[in-house]
Design a protein. Structure first.
Length: 75
């Protein structure tokens, strides 16, 4: 999967993402759901388990940078 097709996908945090932490997210991709190692895109944000996130950068083969999808707003 290339960088262009991963960027913009929505996922959910399964292991807290934050500075000094290697978090984990699950993303629906390639007809299923896959786990990726995750870092916060801003570099300082802590994103708790269960938060919906957007992939903003992909580093093959299994690392993504993410940001909160809804900026903490209720949907």
């Amino acid at each position: 999967m290339d960088d262009v097709s991963m960027v913009g996908l929505i996922g959910r945090v399964t292991g807290t993402v934050g500075p000094g932490l290697v978090g984990e997210v699950i993303v629906r991709v390639r007809g299923g759901a896959e786990h990726f190692l995750a870092h916060p895109a801003p570099g300082t944000a802590r994103i708790e388990r269960g938060t919906v996130v957007t992939v903003v950068e992909y580093l093959p083969p299994r690392t993504v940078y993410v940001t909160e999808a809804y900026d903490g707003q209720t949907v």
